[in-house]
Design a protein around this ligand. Structure first.
Ligand SMILES: Nc1ncnc2c1ncn2[C@@H]1O[C@H](COP(=O)(O)OP(=O)(O)OP(=O)(O)O)[C@@H](O)[C@H]1O
Ligand SMILES: [Mg+2]
Length: 368
C-alpha cells in the first residue's frame, strides 16, 4: 500500500499543504522545528486515529483555529481509498471514507497500516513495561479492530473498579459491585491476553530470523510473554481463571485502593543468547533488538494483511550505526517510506534509485 497524496489544513504548523509522495523513499529534510515530524504524525494519525505524541487531539489543530483536516489518498493492491478526518477543538473527530460520511473513527482504523520508528523506540528495551505494552497494543489495534475495542473497554472498567476500590475501605457492602466489575474485566482481559499471547509467539519467531541477520548469526533473540496474571492452565479457561484471579485479590486491592495485578501490568521479556537483554544487554545489543522488533512488526503486517505497511522513520538514522542503518535501508525496497532528517549527510552514504526529496521549512513543503 502507498499514499498517493496527503493534504493537511490547519494541522499543527501547516496552514494548507499537499504532498504527493512517491512509492519509494520520501526524504523530508529541514532544520529543527520546521514541521517534519508533524507530517509523520499526520500519516500515523490516519492509520490509528490517534497521535503517538499526544492524547489530546485538539493539540493537533493549528493555534488560533478551530478545526484541522487531513485527507489521504491510498492505493492498495486491490483498492483505492480516500480517508478524510476532521478534528475539532473538543477532541472530537469526524471520519469520511470514500465520501461516506459520519463513520465511527474505529471504522478507519486499519484502512492504512503504518510502522513508525522514532528515537523513542530505541528505548524499547531500556524503559519500564509500559513502552513495551504500547508497542504490542499499537500493533494489535491496527490489525484487530476488536482488540482496540476490548482495550478501551478494559481501561474504562479498570478505572471504575479502581474508583470503587478507593471507596470500599471499611465498606464491605461494595464488594458485590467490585465483583461485577471483576467479571467485566475478565471478559475483556481474557480477549486481550489471548491476542497478546498469539502475537508475541509470532513476533518471537520472526524476530529470531531477523536478529540473526542483523548480528551476523552471533545472537539468538527470544521474546516471551510475561502475563501478569500468571500462566493459564488451558486456553478455553482463560476467562474463568482470570475472574478467579481478580476475585482472589479483591481484599488486597481494597487495601491498596487499586487493581494491583492483571493484563494492565503485562510485559514481554527479551532474551539475547539466553539472558535478559533489558538487564544485561549492552546499549548496542539493546538497539539491535529494538530494530529487530520493529522490522518484525513490518513482516507481521505483511503476513496478516498481504501488503507491506508504510514505514515512518523519524530522526532515527543518525541514532544508528552504519551496519544497523544498512539493515533498515534494505527493507525499503518494497515499502513506501517517509524518512526525516536535518541534513542529507545522514543518508548520503547510501544509494537509492527510487527517492524523492522534500524540503520542509516553516510549515511549507517543497519538492526538490
Ligand atoms: N498546534 C500547533 N499549531 C501551530 N504550530 C504547532 C502546533 N503544534 C506544534 N507546532 C509547531 O510545529 C513546529 C514543528 O514541529 P515538528 O515537531 O514537526 O518539527 P521538526 O521539523 O520535526 O523538528 P526536529 O528536527 O526538531 O524534530 C514546532 O516549532 C512547534 O512549535
Ligand atoms: Mg522532529
Amino acid at each position: 500500500m502507498h499514499i498517493k497524496s496527503l493534504e493537511l489544513v490547519n494541522f499543527r504548523n501547516y496552514s494548507n499543504v499537499i504532498l504527493e509522495p512517491i512509492n519509494g523513499l520520501n526524504i523530508l529534510v529541514g532544520e529543527n522545528a520546521q514541521g517534519k515530524t508533524n507530517i509523520v504524525e499526520s500519516i500515523y494519525f490516519t492509520s490509528s486515529l490517534k497521535s503517538y505524541r499526544t492524547f489530546k487531539d485538539r493539540e493537533l489543530i493549528k493555534w488560533g483555529f478551530e478545526k484541522a483536516y487531513i485527507k489521504e489518498d491510498i492505493e492498495k493492491q486491490n483498492s483505492f481509498n480516500k480517508i478524510e478526518v476532521l478534528i475539532n477543538n473538543e477532541d472530537k473527530k469526524a471520519v469520511r471514507i470514500n465520501g461516506v460520511k459520519n463513520l465511527k473513527p474505529s471504522d478507519a482504523i486499519g484502512m492504512v497500516n503504518v510502522v513508525i520508528f522514532s528515537p523513542e523506540d530505541l528505548k524499547l528495551l531500556k524503559e519500564g513495561p509500559a513502552i513495551r505494552r504500547k508497542f504490542i497494543d499499537n500493533e494489535l489495534n491496527q490489525l484487530r479492530p476488536k482488540y482496540h475495542h476490548a482495550l478501551l473497554q478494559y481501561n474504562h472498567i479498570l478505572l471504575n473498579r479502581n474508583n470503587l476500590l478507593k471507596l470500599s475501605f471499611n465498606k464491605p457492602s461494595l464488594k458485590t459491585e467490585i465483583e461485577v466489575f471483576s467479571e467485566q474485566l475478565a471478559e475483556y482481559g481474557s480477549f486481550i491476553v489471548e491476542a497478546r499471547y498469539e502475537f508475541i509467539k509470532k513476533l518471537s519467531m520472526i524476530a529470531r530470523l531477523i536478529h540473526r541477520k542483523i548480528t551476523n548469526g552471533e545472537e539468538e533473540i527470544e521474546i516471551t510473554y510475561q502475563c501478569d496474571a500468571g500462566l493459564f492452565n488451558s486456553k478455553s479457561q482463560v476467562k474463568k481463571e482470570l475472574l478467579n484471579f481478580y476475585i482472589n485479590q479483591i481484599d488486597k486491592d481494597i487495601e491498596k485502593g487499586y487493581t494491583l495485578k492483571g493484563p494492565h501490568r503485562d510485559d514481554i521479556i527479551i532474551r539475547i543468547n539466553g539472558t535478559d537483554a533489558r538487564i544485561y544487554g549492552s546499549q548496542g545489543q539493546q538497539r539491535s533488538a529494538a530494530l529487530s522488533l520493529k522490522l518484525s512488526e513490518i513482516e507481521i503486517i505483511k503476513s496478516e494483511v498481504g501488503e507491506y505497511p508504510i514505514l515512518l522513520l523519524d530522526d532515527v538514522m543518525s541514532e544508528l550505526d552504519i551496519n544497523r542503518q544498512k539493515h533498515l535501508l534494505n527493507t525499503f525496497k518494497n515499502i513506501q517510506t517517509f524518512l526525516t532528517c536535518t541534513t542529507l549527510n545522514d543518508i548520503n552514504a547510501f544509494h537509492f534509485d527510487n527517492k524523492s526529496i522534500f524540503t520542509v521549512k516553516q510549515g511549507t513543503v517543497k519538492k526538490q
